[in-house]
Design a protein around this ligand. Sequence first.
Ligand code: KG4
Ligand code: ZN
Length: 356
Amino acid sequence: MIVLGIESSCDETAAALVREDGTVLCDVVRSQVALHAAFGGVVPELASRAHLSAIGAVMQEALSAAPDGLASVDAIAVTAGPGLAGALLVGASAAKALAWATGKPLVGVSHLDAHLLAVQLRRSPADSPVPYPYVALLVSGGHTALYRVDSPLAITMLGQTRDDAAGEAFDKAAKLLGLGYPGGPLVDRLAALGDARAVAFPAPMQSRSELEFSFAGLKTALARWIEREGAPADDSRLADVCASYQRVLVESLVKKSLAACEREGVRRLVLTGGVAANRGLRELARARAEGVGVELHVPPFASCTDNAAMVAYAGIVKLLDPAYVPAPVLTYTRDAGRRRGRFDREGKLLPASRPR
Ligand code: KG4
Ligand code: ZN
């Protein structure tokens, strides 16, 4: 089976071809970062328009990698949500039109499930599947949550952020420090040059038993610090502030992730989402996980950030499920039902028993 994946939930227009075993045949991603940079964040209407002008060419480029173009494709998978309303509609409409014109099956997938399964993609022959179950920390610009993944279709949320996402906390810090957008990579780069103990920012949500995050207080602490001390006077001070801020943020992510592994009795941790690119996070997670005998898996960068290969793969696991029933693709901006607990294929919360 070869599936064409289509992704347009935020600021990346993407299309990819993926084989049943997770092999990525081709993965095309058009980033809109340059378009939104001037505004310091994603402007939804501009995102929709940019998706509209890019989607045709992106899909065509992906299809050109198939041996027989469109004829090689067995099904189409598209992100149904969560994401920006107008942006999602562009990908969903393109996918529906193609499915209608070709008579091929169409499956809508959750962008979050796609992120959680991205570690299973085979981008090189050396990549091997990660065994289930695993605990996954999904950290991106819009989401920060811990999940237990028992199988591709049995995903339990263990806890999430009460306010800002980790990526948002990085982006807002960069904005406060006048660094530019997106802020995560900029803070990351400067943090590597600074002293992480230079500024004492408050550590959020210290209790290990609570698998939740909170980053709004940290951002406010940085804003107050700048009000009090003024903007960092030189590059070395700026690096110290970035390093101190990043340390507190990353400590919280790693601590809760390992607490989740311990509570769930799972010795495998996966980091995914754009923030998983953060060097401070990778290094701390690697050191701490090794210390407690937890196996750490971090997918390559192309699988961490938004892409359509993960969407195709999330579609494949649904299509291969014997219980799969085709359903119309209805886009949704928020995962309203995504409280703690287990969810069925349509995103509805199931009764409390844990899947094994
Ligand atoms: O997953 P992603 O590409 O898009 C979604 O939000 O879905 O994640 C983007 C986020 C941005 O907030 C960006 O600042 C952050 O990931 N990010 C990083 C790094 N690279 C990207 N944050 C910290 N360190 C990085 N190296
Ligand atoms: Zn994402």
